[in-house]
Design a protein around this ligand. Structure first.
Ligand code: 6PG
Length: 466
């Protein structure tokens, strides 16, 4: 990633001083790609810092966590007031908030920047989500905008908000990325095990889907992966890959942050859990042999394929709605004025979740509209409403066939949960009041109440503990 960002900067006319702990890596980059532009080879950190124009702009690309702190510690004594350290890795936003505070006390700027697009994006134009002070963006913005992806000529880079906001938004992007991939996986499994469609044929279906409502990078590369045949065995590539999905942490962090914010990101959470379950291979082997399936024979009609497409679209919309709702809550918690239209606009090109849908999401949050939930925007309320009957059929069929669809199902539950006039939370409140005197509110007036369950069941006014 770091090497490709350096090459991208050089290709855009910036002189880039290079430093790597392992000198051979710098030399390798220069040997292979020195022709991309102006690079300055440096051997020591001192030499590297001395090569930079002031205010210095130091882009750090190391593994998130302790390595970032270690590099900062080495850099700080060499830098001067006003210099900027940019962390372009997938750092935890809480670390970024802490680092920004510590460094601003020393007169330095620290900018946590979310960068999405993988290796290819870093080289040809990623989506860039910078946090940090507005002042630092004045110096960094033009450069970052220049190397970013463009959507109809507009840079997919804009200042997000202060301190950890850039990394927070990138984290939620990744949470949505997890959900996006999981719903694609659920669709694949339904078509494979439910409708008996082999990967190569599915590749065509996904290619077709990519020309409509679902048009996105992830659907496009799904077709590519499904069409791939393993050279060694001649089998579909997906059949020779171990079905246990790893994670580096950003999806998990999204869920942890959501739990703390009280944000119901059920689709993202189920995607993280689905990866966890896939990794419990020993338990899965025992379960396969011992647990009863209790499934039914279902005649899967031809229309099932299009039903799955609609269920995928609806579940995807829910994941975006949940992720954006989480950003709203985080904005309140961290005092960030997060502009959802701007954030959606940055995700329209360059990043992993880039999709046609994001342009519509951007329009839905245009100033003056700002729906409380994406699903309330008229265009999306209609789109998801149109998909609901198919979505219900798919979830019901999946349950009868015993095909796990955690995100399809939980997203439908979220949709119904939002929609319903009354929820059984009233009963939960009653139970909590009975066993723990946790109190409740009444639908017919103000105040907080407790029922004397162990006595005559009369109701008293109480101090709010719920
Ligand atoms: C991106 C990706 C990138 C990386 C993820 C993978 O936006 O370019 O999100 O950041 O691929 O961190 O995360 P997992 O390893 O957790 O799937």
């Amino acid at each position: 990633m770091g090497a490709n960002l350096a090459r991208n900067l050089a290709r855009n006319g910036y002189t880039v001083a290079l430093h790597n702990r392992t000198q051979a890596k710098t030399d390798d980059l220069l040997a292979k790609h020195g022709g991309d532009g102006n690079f300055v080879r440096t051997e020591t950190l001192e030499e590297f810092v001395a090569a930079l124009e002031r205010p210095r702009r130091v882009l750090v690309m190391v593994k998130a966590g302790a390595p970032v702190d270690a590099v900062i510690e080495q850099l700080v004594p060499l830098l001067e007031e006003g210099d900027i350290i940019i962390d372009g890795g997938n750092s935890l936003y809480l670390d970024t908030i802490r680092r920004e505070k510590e460094l601003s006390a020393k007169g330095l700027h620290f900018v946590g920047v979310g960068v999405s697009g993988g290796e290819e994006g870093a080289l040809n134009g990623p989506s860039i989500m910078p946090g940090g002070s507005k002042e630092s963006y004045a110096s960094l913005g033009p450069m970052l905008e220049k190397i970013s992806a463009k959507y109809n000529g507009e840079p997919c880079c804009a200042w997000i908000e202060t301190d950890g906001a850039g990394h927070f938004v990138k984290m939620v992007h990744n949470g949505i990325e997890y959900a996006d991939m999981q719903v694609i996986g659920e669709a694949y499994e339904l078509l494979r095990s439910g409708a008996g469609i082999e990967p190569a044929e599915q590749a065509e279906i996904f290619r077709q889907w990519n020309t409509g409502q679902l048009n996105s990078f992830l659907i496009e590369i799904t077709a590519e992966v499904l069409a791939h045949t393993d050279a060694k065995t001649g089998k579909p590539f997906v059949d020779v890959v171990v079905d246990s999905a790893g994670q580096k942490g950003t999806g998990r962090w999204t869920v942890i942050a959501a739990l703390e914010l009280g944000s119901p990101v059920t689709g993202i959470a189920e995607s993280v859990f689905a990866r966890g379950l896939s990794s419990q291979r020993d338990q899965r082997a025992v379960a396969e042999q011992t647990l009863v399936a209790g499934t039914e024979d279902v005649d899967v009609p031809e229309s099932f394929v299009d039903d799955v497409r609609q269920a995928l679209y609806a579940s995807k919309l829910v994941s975006y709605a949940q992720g954006l709702d989480m950003l709203n809550l985080a904005g309140k918690q961290y005092d960030w004025d997060l502009k959802l239209d701007r954030i959606a606009s940055l995700w329209r090109a360059g990043c992993i979740i880039r999709a046609e849908l994001l342009d519509d999401i951007m329009q839905a949050y245009a100033p003056g509209n700002e729906p409380e939930n994406l699903l309330f925007a008229p265009a999306f309320a209609k789109a998801i409403g149109d998909a609901v009957p198919a979505w219900r059929r798919v979830v019901a069929t999946a349950a009868r066939l015993g095909i796990p669809t955690p995100v399809f199902s939980s997203s439908l539950a979220y949709y119904d949960g939002l929609r319903r006039d009354r929820l059984p939370a009233a009963l939960t409140q009653g139970l909590r009041d009975l066993f723990g005197a946790h109190t409740y509110h009444r639908i017919d007036g103000e105040g907080t109440f407790h029922t004397l369950w162990g006595e005559d069941k009369s109701e008293i006014e109480a101090v709010d503990t719920h």
